[in-house]
Design a protein around this ligand. Structure first.
Ligand code: HEM
Length: 450
């Protein structure tokens, strides 16, 4: 369904006038309902939050974790624990902000001339997760680290691919027949093996009086819940939760940052860009110079004093709609939206793209226009229809972390560099490709120190 959507995803799907707020599809023998536009998506996810809080069964694994867990006690316990642990900025010796700032500095030092930003940005984003979950970062060329990032990306693409989304889901009996389709499990089992090894090392070196990272915090919870037969805290669930967080965090954040840097692409050109999707970075540079200067590192508190920079970051997320069709949900009970009855167990796709480009809400829905997030005095304003992280009970668990990364990476890099596309290279294209998320085509950048 998701891959089919990719061909529909361009402007017409967002057109409420043409498709309406509720679209019903039959895929094989499954009923799928697409919710289109702010009104329908908000009614479902916010006003009827619990009715839409379930996920479809995942054909590849009957595992727990958070992302694909069915709505219920286990999911609630893991989500609550993970959220509060991420909020607890004092994990180990460093705060969350410090970990992101430190990584942004490492990323600056790694720039060569010219380079493909994907590898470096993906490594930096992966390292923030490593620092939080394993307590340490890796050199970007570390083989084990790159293998892990590669396996997670592969597993992510397989999970969203035609084999697992459609073929194995519709014909689960195929799993009992030997054949090449069993290869879909390989990246998952390989990733779990790597994580199991890391958990084993943690158990061996752990000091119960000091929590270094997420894995230590989870191991503590397993111990506390030893006598509770209802508890979800187990070593398997630790592996699945960490795997889920890496899967959910790395591609989405990397791709969003790639889109951000793709926007400031005209910086070597004397005149502002003439297309309507890139920005003239002079104003971002000016704002950063005035508020932060060149000597100290950006701080998350600087956000309030950088309204234009912040508006560019938000507008990139709006315009690029990375998780364009949300993550599939299932109705938890019989319910209704906009007066239409929807039975329990129906697969729901919340077309976030149609909210981020809702023609009834945004002034210039199909243009890159940072002013969407600025008031008449140039101050930053939040918008109700800004839902790249979705909404309701299953909304993105990593929004706060992602916000910090998008802001701190962007400002740190623009504080130190101007970017341009090498003369002989094509400009990044916006349509890119769609596999569960919307990624830009690969592009090359030159970074010149300021
Ligand atoms: C779920 C977007 C970064 C962890 C989601 C969902 C979206 C999303 C749209 C689906 C929510 C729903 O079903 O309604 C994004 C974007 C990101 C980002 C655009 C970056 C720019 C992160 C990060 C983490 C993370 C950094 C890591 C901590 C999760 C998890 C879920 C999720 C665990 C599943 C939540 C649940 O089912 O309860 N994200 N995300 N995400 N995200 Fe993110």
């Amino acid at each position: 369904a998701l891959q089919g959507l990719s061909t529909l995803q361009s402007k017409p799907l967002c057109s409420l006038e043409k498709f309406g707020k509720i679209i019903s599809l039959q895929i094989g023998w499954k009923n799928v309902v697409l919710l289109n536009g702010l009104e329908a998506v908000k009614e479902a996810l916010v006003q009827r939050s619990e009715d839409f809080a379930d996920r479809p069964p995942f054909s590849l694994f009957d595992h727990m974790g958070i992302m694909m867990a069915r709505y219920g006690h286990g999911w609630k316990e893991l989500r609550r624990f993970t959220l509060s642990t991420l909020r607890n900025f004092g994990l180990g010796k460093k705060s969350l902000d410090q970990r992101v700032t430190e990584e942004a500095g490492c990323l600056c030092s790694a720039f060569s001339h010219p380079f493909n930003p994907r590898f470096l940005i993906n490594s930096a984003v992966g390292n923030v997760m490593c620092s939080l979950t394993f307590g340490n970062r890796f050199e970007y060329n570390d083989e084990k680290f790159q293998r892990m990032l590669h396996l997670i990306e592969e597993a992510f693409n397989i999970g969203a691919g035609i084999m697992s989304q459609v073929i194995l889901d519709m014909m689960p009996w195929l799993l009992y027949i030997p054949g090449p389709h069993h290869n879909v499990f390989q990246p998952y089992t390989d990733s779990f093996d790597i994580l199991r090894e890391i958990v084993k090392e943690h158990k061996e070196t752990r000091d119960p009086g000091f929590t270094r990272d997420f894995i230590d915090a989870f191991l503590e919870e397993i111990e506390k819940a030893k006598m509770d037969p209802e508890s979800t805290f187990s070593e398997d669930n630790l592996i699945f939760t960490v795997f889920d967080m890496f899967g959910a965090a790395t591609e989405t954040t990397t791709v969003t940052l790639l889109m951000q840097f793709g926007r400031v692409r005209a910086s070597s050109h004397p005149a502002p860009p003439i297309d309507n999707v890139s920005i003239f970075p002079g104003r971002v540079h000016e704002e950063i110079d005035k508020v932060i200067g060149r000597d100290r590192s950006p701080d998350i508190e600087d956000q309030v004093n950088l309204p234009y920079t912040n508006a560019v970051i938000y507008e990139t997320q709006r315009y690029c709609d990375v998780v364009f069709a949300g993550v599939p949900r299932t109705t938890y009970r019989d319910t209704e939206v906009q007066g239409f009855f929807i039975p329990k167990g129906t697969i729901i796709l919340t077309v976030l793209s149609s909210v981020l480009k809702d023609e009834t809400v945004w002034e210039k829905p199909h243009e890159f226009y940072p002013e969407h997030f600025l008031d008449a005095d140039g101050q930053f304003v939040k918008r109700e229809a800004f839902l790249p992280f979705s909404a309701g009970r299953r909304m993105c668990l990593g929004e706060q972390l992602a916000r910090k990364e998008l802001f701190l990476f962007f400002t740190t890099l623009l504080q130190h560099f101007t970017f341009h596309i090498p003369e002989d290279q094509p400009r990044p294209r916006d349509d890119g490709y769609y596999v569960l998320i919307h990624s830009p085509d690969s592009y090359e950048l030159c970074a010149s120190p300021r």
